[in-house]
Design a protein around this ligand. Structure first.
Ligand code: PAF
Length: 291
């Protein structure tokens, strides 16, 4: 596995792979890799011959007061994990200066997906998705992959990136990988490391709440509001949990739905604070047809 740190080195590796008719998969990450990321890399290995994992804590997607400064940066440990897994062929670990030579604030061009970024996390993290779509489109242009792999855990990010690729006719397939969970159901996230033992003990309430609502949909509940109330009640069982949003939304336009239609693809989604740590989770469901 090769570490690349410059855009020109990634371009050269990509050109070489394409000249040899080898498929390239990109797995964009911010590092602090865990089982969830390794599942993305595993999938990338099934999709392509060359698997490029980018590790870049992107300043442009963090708002004031968010955890940009403290976000874990553990490149050597990340590379060890990838080497053990044996799927990644290249790591792209650029500096901020390499990606934003004049600094992120001096960047005059951006890629913006509107509307889909106004709800859920976007409603609370102003500019976050503009930073994500801009850096992902930079990475796609630099690496020119055939496939890029993202986690279902960041469902809004996935929907926004799919829309960017569709609207801009970008020549890349977006592949989604299901959320990887701890044995108690907590979705794997680099931010789980911030939880105190007491918060960690209560954090599975996110998945429990989502599962309770998913069960209700399977049993025939077709109204969004009772589903939201059910999730709110579950989250309230955890005294350290402070919900930011708890929603039932359409999986395509990401708008809240009240009347669920059979066959409709929806997301049960929530964001919950434990102290300063913000956790998100979701379950995608296709509303069952009545028999
Ligand atoms: O999901 C993430 O880790 C980031 O948002 C991404 C896609 C790597 C862009 O910085």
């Amino acid at each position: 596995m090769q570490r690349l740190t410059t855009i020109s080195a990634v371009r050269a590796a990509s050109r070489k792979a394409r000249a040899e008719n080898r498929r390239i998969a990109l797995v964009p990450t911010m590092g602090a890799l865990h089982e969830g990321h390794l599942a993305l890399v595993e999938q990338a290995g099934r999709e392509a011959d060359v698997v490029l994992v980018s590790i870049f804590v992107n300043p442009a997607q963090f708002g004031p007061g968010e955890d940009y400064e403290t976000y874990p940066r553990v490149l050597e440990a990340d590379e060890d994990l990838l080497r053990q897994q044996g799927v990644a062929t290249h790591v792209f670990a650029p500096t901020v200066q390499e990606m934003y030579p004049d600094g992120p604030a001096a960047q005059r061009a951006a890629v913006i997906v509107d509307q889909l970024t106004d709800t859920l996390c976007g409603a609370y993290r102003s500019g976050h998705f503009d930073g994500v779509t801009t850096v992902v489109s930079m990475l796609l242009h630099i690496a020119q992959p055939h496939v890029a792999v993202f986690g279902q855990k960041d469902a809004q990010q996935l929907a926004v990136i799919r829309r960017m690729v569709r609207d801009l006719h970008l020549p890349v397939d977006i592949v989604a990988v299901p959320t990887v969970r701890e044995p108690d159901g907590l979705a794997r996230s680099s931010r789980n490391a911030y939880l105190s033992p007491a918060e960690r003990a209560q954090a599975p309430v996110l998945y429990n709440a989502l599962r309770a609502a998913a069960e209700a949909v399977r049993e025939g509940e077709l109204q969004g509001r009772p589903l939201v109330r059910r999730m709110q009640a579950r989250v309230a069982d955890a005294p350290l949990a402070e919900p930011q949003y708890i929603e039932v939304i359409d999986a395509d336009d990401l708008l809240p739905v009240d009347d669920l239609q059979p066959g409709q693809r929806i997301l049960l989604a929530l964001a919950v604070y434990f102290g300063d740590t913000r956790l998100i989770d979701n379950i995608p469901i296709t509303v069952p047809s009545r028999t």
